[in-house]
Design a protein around this ligand. Structure first.
Ligand code: GLN
Length: 537
């Protein structure tokens, strides 16, 4: 196939309708029919990337192999499709403007007045076609962040309009995701908000080809007919997206509604085979028929917002299914934990995960948590900051350095067991300056890490500034800590474990970013298995 086909996904009425999940589900179906499919997201905010955003603002910052700090929807794309994404898959208004302004400074616009149209829209259009032009994909799905009608989205909507015109019929289509609210008092589903948002889209020169309607109740035949008539789409192009008990049900729900078929028809593409979802449905079966139930404590400081730890929660879903185990993730706020209340607060847990994070708040509670897990033989997984806390705990309570700390929390500690790498010391900018993306790690033979991965060379994704201070390695190893994963190029310690404990492991990287439905992450799979064992005992 030569012409890459484009599907644009816009959102109407309100945000948080789950555009990312719809896009990922459609991509899954197209992939399962044999089309090489990718998804990209265009976000209308002015941050160059979400790396500088607090998790409370926009949820987790997702990291790709090439070290891009991206929107959490890219995590969904990878989890559904099992294909890695990259910087090219996530573009923000900030990135677009930065690049246009840099071109202006270099004089590339040859004295012209630089304007939103055509300069910003050209930059957007060029970036929208980047992945398509790589030749790696038959279909590129582009999710436009925000809601149609917002000031911020205008340049994107205009770019889509121009691109549709340039691509020509059957090479580009628009799926509009909207809300069909239920008015309990009237006992009715209402179509008006959808009519209005389709109209807003029309005012920008874009006609929706397919409507995906988020709803809490089934859409009747009459209602579908009404939506089709007033929104100017075929009835078969009115797709119901009803609330699902898990996001992983959505591909099947979209299959039943025929979303993939209508999209292919509009794009002038053959249906090929019926989607091969065998592996996907086996996963769903295991997910929905668990033989065990366990409680895992997720100890962190952003626990009020589910989206802050999105990839970790999803990794537990994948690992739970693979162990035929329902994993209840119990959020524990580390700020309210201390030596006195810890046993009470953590008493019903079969495993404990200390979460990634930044800054001082809540870290003493995390250190107490590690101690509790280590001393009581409770399966423990520390991720990034969680691993650093495990090192500090070991230094304090096993080596006896009561003031041991990370220089992130206390610059003048006499025992900086976690400190800044030399390369990080002179960095002043905050954005994009951490150790980011995939790094190699060698696993020592006969260690827990080696057993978990079943190999001795791995690649995992990082996002941090601070590191294990190698000056303390010998002393810690003499006292029973094992540095089981080392970066072969830099010698940095990436994995630590305590072999006298049934399952105690800390990783400087983020395994959660690489867990997918097709490939549940081995660390999470083994951690869940260890928690099941702990419970059975
Ligand atoms: N704050 C720590 C660092 O920068 C850990 C970061 C994280 O957990 N992602 O090294």
């Amino acid at each position: 196939m030569n012409q890459t086909k484009y599907i644009f996904v816009t959102g109407g009425v309100t945000s948080s309708l789950g555009k990312g999940i719809i896009a990922a589900s459609l991509a899954k179906l197209l992939q399962a029919r044999g089309y090489r499919t990718t998804i990209q997201k265009f976000d209308p905010y002015i941050n160059v990337d979400p790396g500088t955003l607090n998790p409370y603002e926009h949820g987790e910052c997702y990291v790709t192999d090439d070290g891009a700090e991206t929107d959490l929807d890219l995590g969904h794309y990878e989890r559904f499709l099992n294909v890695p994404t990259s910087q090219a898959n996530n573009v923000t208004t900030g990135r677009v403007y930065l690049s246009v302004i840099e071109k202006e400074r270099r004089g590339e616009f040859l004295g012209k007045t630089v304007q939103v149209v055509p300069h910003i829209t050209n930059e957007i259009k060029q970036r929208m076609q980047l992945l398509g032009q790589s030749g790696d994909y038959d279909i590129v799905i582009t999710e436009i962040g925000g809601t149609v009608g917002d000031i911020e989205s205008l340049p994107y909507i205009e770019s889509v309009r121009q691109l549709l015109w340039e691509l020509g019929d059957e090479n580009g289509i628009v799926i509009h995701l909207t809300l069909v609210p239920y008015l309990a008092a009237a006992g009715e589903l209402k179509t008006k908000p959808t009519q209005h948002s389709v109209k807003t889209l029309m005012e920008s020169g874009i006609k929706a080809d397919i409507l995906v309607c988020r709803t809490e109740h089934e859409l009747s035949d009459d209602l579908r007919q009404k939506l089709a008539l007033f929104c100017n789409v075929k009835k078969e192009a009115v797709i119901q997206s009803i609330d699902a008990s898990t996001i992983y049900d959505v591909p099947n729900l979209m299959l039943e509604e025929g979303l993939d078929k209508v999209a292919l028809k509009k794009l002038g593409l053959p249906e090929k085979q019926s989607p091969d979802l065998k592996q996907w449905n086996e996963f769903l079966h295991r997910l929905k028929n668990p033989k065990h139930t366990i409680n895992i404590g997720l100890v962190g400081k952003y626990v009020e917002l589910q989206d802050s730890y999105k990839s970790i929660l999803e990794a537990f879903i994948h690992a739970g299914a693979s162990n035929e185990t329902k994993v209840n993730v119990v959020s524990v706020h580390s700020e309210y934990l201390d030596a006195k209340n810890i046993a009470e607060k953590l008493k019903d847990l079969d495993g404990i995960l200390v979460a990634p994070g930044f800054g001082n708040r809540g870290i003493e509670g995390k250190i107490e948590t590690v101690r509790y897990a280590r001393e009581n033989n409770i399966p423990f997984l520390g991720i990034c900051l969680g691993m650093q806390m495990a090192v500090i705990e070991f230094a304090r309570n096993v080596l006896g350095y009561a003031d041991a700390n990370s220089t992130e929390m206390n610059e003048s500690t006499a025992h900086p067991v976690i400190n800044l790498m030399e390369e990080q010391k002179d960095i002043e900018n905050m954005g994009g300056t951490m150790r980011l993306g995939a790094w190699k790690c060698s696993l020592k033979n006969d260690t827990l890490a080696n057993k978990i991965y079943g190999k001795s060379e791995i690649m995992e994704r990082h996002r941090h500034r601070y590191e294990f201070n190698g000056d303390y390695l010998t002393e810690m190893e003499q006292k029973g800590l094992v540095a089981s994963g080392i970066n072969p190029d830099t010698g940095l310690v990436e994995v630590i474990e305590v072999p006298t404990h049934p399952f105690f492991i800390g990783v400087q990287y983020h395994p959660e970013y690489k867990s997918t439905v097709a490939n549940p992450h081995p660390l999470f799979v083994s951690f869940v298995a260890a928690a099941v064992q702990h419970k059975l005992k």
